[in-house]
Design a protein around this ligand. Structure first.
Ligand SMILES: NC(=O)c1ccc[n+]([C@@H]2O[C@H](COP(=O)([O-])OP(=O)(O)OC[C@H]3O[C@@H](n4cnc5c(N)ncnc54)[C@H](OP(=O)(O)O)[C@@H]3O)[C@@H](O)[C@H]2O)c1
Length: 219
C-alpha cells in the first residue's frame, strides 16, 4: 500500500516520518517540489516525490496535509483522480490573526470535515484523521511504551475506517473511532472536546482513557 501525502509541513512531514518508520511507502507532494525532495531524501527508499496529480494517482490513500483553503482548491482540481481513493483530512477550521491569535474560520457548529467531505466525488472514502493532536504532540507521541497513545478518527465509510486504522497503527498509535462525519467537530479545533487529548499529567491518552473520554458528553 502507498500513501500519498499532499503537504510536507508540520503535519504532513510528521505523518510521513511515522509511516515510513512503520514500514509504509509514501509519495510526497508539496507546493515547492524541493521541500518534498528534502523530506524524501531524509526518509530514504520508502519515500518518493511526485506532483499532486501523480501522487494522488499513485496513492491508495491520500492525506491532505494542507490548510483548509488549499484543500478547497485542490479537491475540485483533482476530483476525478480522487474517485475511489481513501481521502484523509487532518484540517481544522482555524486561522491566525496578525498577532498570532487563533480564530474560527467556519461558522460555529460547522466542521471542516463537513466542508471537505461534501467536495469529494461519490466514490471517495472520506476520513477525518491525523489532525487531532498539535503537531509537536503528534511528532513526540509515537512510538510510546508501554501503552501506545490514541489517535481519534471520524468517518461514515467502512473502507475508510479499515484503511485509517491500519495507517494509524503503522504510524505507532492506537486508532479509536470518535464517530461519523457529523461527530468530526469533536476532534477538530477550535472547540472540539476530543482534540489534543492530553491527560492531567500532560500525557496523551491510551486506549482505555480515550474510550472513557469518548463516552463523556461534550459540553
Ligand atoms: N500544525 C498543527 O499543529 C496542526 C494540528 C492539527 C491539524 N493541523 C492541520 O493540518 C493541516 C496542515 O497544517 P501544517 O501545520 O502541517 O501546515 P504547514 O506546516 O504550513 O504545511 C503546509 C504544507 O502545505 C503545502 N502546500 C501548500 N499549498 C499547496 C499546494 N497547492 N499543493 C501542494 N502542497 C501545498 C506546503 O508546501 P511547501 O512545503 O512547498 O510550502 C506545506 O508543505 C492544516 O489543515 C491544519 O489545520 C495542523
Amino acid at each position: 500500500m502507498t500513501t500519498a501525502i499532499i503537504g510536507v509541513g508540520q503535519i504532513g512531514g510528521t505523518v510521513a516520518r511515522h509511516l515510513v518508520a512503520g514500514g509504509e511507502s509514501v509519495v510526497l507532494a508539496a507546493k515547492e517540489e524541493s521541500n518534498a525532495e528534502a523530506l524524501a531524501g531524509e526518509l530514504g527508499p520508502l519515500a518518493r516525490v511526485a506532483s499532486v496529480e501523480d501522487a494522488i494517482a499513485d496513492g491508495d490513500a491520500v492525506v491532505f496535509a494542507v490548510w483548509l483553503d488549499t484543500i478547497r482548491e485542490l479537491i475540485p482540481q483533482h476530483a476525478r483522480g480522487l474517485d475511489g481513493k481513501v481521502v484523509v483530512d487532518p484540517s481544522n477550521p482555524i486561522g491566525f490573526d496578525e498577532s498570532g491569535k487563533p480564530f474560527r474560520t467556519l461558522p460555529e457548529g460547522q466542521s471542516a470535515a463537513s466542508v471537505v467531505a461534501a467536495l469529494l466525488p461519490a466514490g471517495a472514502h472520506y476520513v477525518k484523521a491525523f489532525g487531532t493532536l498539535g503537531a509537536a504532540a503528534l511528532a513526540a507521541g509515537a512510538p510510546r511504551e508501554p501503552r501506545r497513545a490514541v489517535l481519534f478518527y471520524a468517518t461514515d465509510d467502512d473502507t475508510g475506517a479499515t484503511t485509517i486504522e491500519g495507517l494509524i497503527r503503522a504510524a505507532g498509535f492506537d486508532p479509536l473511532k470518535a464517530g461519523g462525519v457529523a461527530d468530526a467537530g469533536r476532534i477538530e479545533v477550535p472547540g472540539g472536546d476530543l482534540f489534543q487529548q492530553v491527560g492531567r499529567n500532560g500525557h496523551l491518552l491510551d486506549l482505555d482513557q480515550a474510550r472513557a473520554r469518548l463516552r463523556e458528553v461534550p459540553v
